[in-house]
Ligand binder design. Sequence first.
Ligand SMILES: Cc1cc2nc3c(=O)[nH]c(=O)nc-3n(C[C@H](O)[C@H](O)[C@H](O)COP(=O)(O)OP(=O)(O)OC[C@H]3O[C@@H](n4cnc5c(N)ncnc54)[C@H](O)[C@@H]3O)c2cc1C
Length: 495
Amino acid sequence: MSTSSSTVAVVGAGIAGLSAAIRLAASGKKVIVFEQNSYTGGKVTAFEKKGFRFDMGPSLFTLPYLVDELFEMAGKNPRDYFNYHTHDEVCRYFWEDGMKLTLYPSIDKNEAAVASVFGHSEGKKMRDYFERARIKYDLTAPFFLEKSLHRIGTFWTPAVIKVLKEIPRLGLFSTLHEENEKVFNSPKLVQLFNRYATYNGSSPYQTPGIMQMITHLEHNLGTHFPVGGMHEISQSLTRLAVELGVQFELNTKVEELTIENNEITGLKAEGKPWRVDQLVCNTDVKHAYQYLMPKGVKRPKKTLAQEPSSSALIFYWGLTAQFPELDLHNIIFSEDYKTEFDHIQMNGPFWEDPTVYIHISNRLEPADAPDGKDCWFVMVNTPYDQGQNWDDIVPLVREKVLERISRILGTSVEPLIEVEEVLRPKDIERRTSSIGGALYGTSSNDRLAAFLRHSNKSDSVKGLYFCGGSAHPGGGVPLCLLSGKIAAEWLIEEG
Ligand SMILES: Cc1cc2nc3c(=O)[nH]c(=O)nc-3n(C[C@H](O)[C@H](O)[C@H](O)COP(=O)(O)OP(=O)(O)OC[C@H]3O[C@@H](n4cnc5c(N)ncnc54)[C@H](O)[C@@H]3O)c2cc1C
């Protein structure tokens, strides 16, 4: 049996692996993190080119308390390590017919903004929408997101009884699109709130209506952005982990988990065996079962049959001009959202009318671009990689995206591009081993998805725990931080 000074391996230094490693080290465990890349953070990484700094992955940052609590738990002041801006706008929305709408982290401002564009009745509905999103979040987050769904104890609490009573009102049996259509008359507002399905890589026409609760985070709780960019989340957590004594083995790909008599005993990395007492796996769960598990380990068939989430094509453009009409987060909507998602779901040919997201970090972090210039992160949703010919697709998407942005801004953007890089789904897979380059692990295109995601603990191998986007409670920075927390706390409790 392990003691409190047992050695724990964490495979993968993604955001969930860092969250788990910090908690384990703070509890007195010896922790070794094995990471195949030369850097930590997984998808939360960045690059610089000719004076422009780009965050490569996430750009939306909510629930900063989940980062802060890791420092506080280690007895540190988070402000000595990690700081963030609180922004006064959520997102600027644009449609092809010239309509525009800006939303804020304020219900009063949102009601007024929507009323002025879509009429008073829609403004009032917007207020009710955010109030309902708050209720749904407060009711379900402590149960669905902050606890394991695979422990009987989670279900024997008064909070769960409250959830059960509210099930008919949670929107579990209808889609996000159907729920949004019940609320708003304007198809544009339905489209706007449908977009929240993409926060976990799903389709609004399939993901359950309960996903409305995601809107609560930015609009009611606040829109934030780290000082130094998103990359500072992974870098500040790495600094904390090092201070707590976590050992990082970078450039070290784990090739196999060592399992004896259904118990984890070590791993093999770069040909070298390591003995450990427990192991937290932060790799994509499908990757783990396909490549790391020895033969004979029981495979959770239903979990492994879950579809990966959608992926994305990202263009990083350093521009020689600035566009004040664009803010930190901007969306230019497609005219046929349903067909766009049908193409993504069915891996159809590239849809020529994609919705375009533009993130401009230098709005809050001026040092990210030289004076008078803008650094743009331009993203369109795509299917996960299934062998598509990205060499053909990328130029086509680039052309359509540039046409759309240029139409909205009334100026040709292509001649302004000074610096350019592209990230394709297969690059995301190569860099992180996420199957198909899925951004968020598995999709939530099914009302049972939350229950089918992999448990934070193996039910067949003693001492083996899981965290990350493809494990409970799912993808996105906040949920991955929670995933690392649930796995680490479970391990500490048992070992
Ligand atoms: C372009 C993009 C945009 C996104 N936008 C947002 C956003 O705005 N907001 C948001 O909250 N989320 C966003 N996400 C999702 C978010 O980034 C992820 O859900 C989250 O960062 C995943 O963290 P993770 O811990 O699951 O692991 P990952 O980041 O996938 O890291 C896993 C790590 O494990 C390592 N690894 C894998 N296999 C092995 C092995 N065999 N041996 C050693 N190491 C291994 C990998 O190298 C990697 O470092 C975005 C993602 C991308 C790519």
